[in-house]
Design a protein around this ligand. Sequence first.
Ligand SMILES: [Zn+2]
Length: 389
Amino acid sequence: MPSTEGLAAVVDEVRRLVAFRSITRGPNRDLIEDVRHRLDALGAPCHLTWDDTKTKANLFASFGPTDRPGVVLSGHTDVVPVDGQDWSHDPFDVVERDGKLFGRGTVDMKAFLAVPLAMAPQIAARDLKRPLHVALSYDEEIGCVGVHRMLAELSRYAATPAACIVGEPTGMKVITGHKGKRVLRCLVRGVAGHSSRPAEGVNAIEHAAELIAHARAVAKRVLAEGPFADAFDPPTTTMQTGKIRGGLAVNIIPAECVFELEIRFLPGDDPDALIDELTRFAREHVEPEMRALDPSAGFTFEEVVRYPALSTGPEAEVVALAQRLTGETETSAVGFGSEAGLFSLAGVPSIVCGPGGIGEAHRPDEFIELGELARCQRFVERLLDELCA
Ligand SMILES: [Zn+2]
C-alpha cells in the first residue's frame, strides 16, 4: 500500500503542475523547465523537442538502462481554457475538499503525470532492469499536435519501448481502443456583389452549404449502414460540421466561407475514402457552377487535425501488463481520442489507463479523487517492481 506520505507528495505535485497555466496553444515552457530541472538533478536524462515558437516543448525522460525496451508513462501537459466557465475558485490554485482535488487539469491529466514525478526520487533510487520513461507532450487537446515531434526522435533516446500507458482518465480501466480523428478545413471562395443581383456573384456560403448538406447525408448513411463496432458508442464512424464563418452583411453576396468538418473513425475504417467522396462531390457537383461565373471561385481543403484510431489486440504484452498492474480483467474502448494511437503507430504497443473520470474533464470545478490518485500510485509502484524484477 502507498504511504500517506507518498500520497501527500503526489498531492503537492498536482498542486505544483496545476499552478503552471499551460493552456493549450499557449506556452508550457515553465512547466517543462521545472520538470527537466528536477529530473536532471536525479540523473534522469531529459530530451526536449520544441515547437517552432520555442515556447512549448515535449519532454521525454528515462530512468534506468535505455539500451533495452522499457515502459512509457505518457501524458499531455496542456489543459483546456477556463474562459466563460463558472469556477468556484481560482482554477489554477488547487483546492482540496471532500477527498477531492479541484483545479484545471487535475483529472485531464496532470494528476496522472504527478504520480511518477512525485515518485521520481524513489524511481531514481531503484535498481531498474528495464527503463521507465516519462513522456510529456504539448497541445494534445487540439488534436495531438505536439507529440509528433517527440515520436519522430524517439529512436534517438532509447531502444523502442515495449509498452506505453497513456494516462487519460479511465478510472484506471484498461482501454485498448478509441476512434481516430481527421479535421478538414474547407475554404470556399466566391465572388462578392450586390445582394439584389445574386446571379452576378458567387455565394460562398450557399455553395459551402451544398457540401455541408452532402456531408450530412454521407454521415447518415454511415450511421445506418456501418461498418459497426459494438465496443464503441456510437458504433460507427461519425462526421459533423462543427464550425463555420462567412459573410459580411446580409446585402452583400458573400465572397468567402470557411467551415471545419470532423470525422471520428473506427479502427480499421478508412477516413480517406470519406474525404475523397466529399472532395469529389465538391469538384464534380458544386465547383462547375461556381467556375462558370468566375474561374477563381471554388473549394480549397486543408487537413488541420489528424490522429489514428487505437486498436491494441488482446494478445499485446502491454494489455497483460496493465491488467496485472490494475487488477482489471476486462478491457474496453472509449469515445475520446488520445496519443496512444500515435505511440502505437510509432511501434510502441499502447493502451490508455489513468486515474479519474473523463466526465469530470473540461468542466468548471474539474477534480480528481484522492482515492484515484492512490490507485494510480499503487499502479506505478507495481510497475516499478516489475521493471526491477
Ligand atoms: Zn486529456
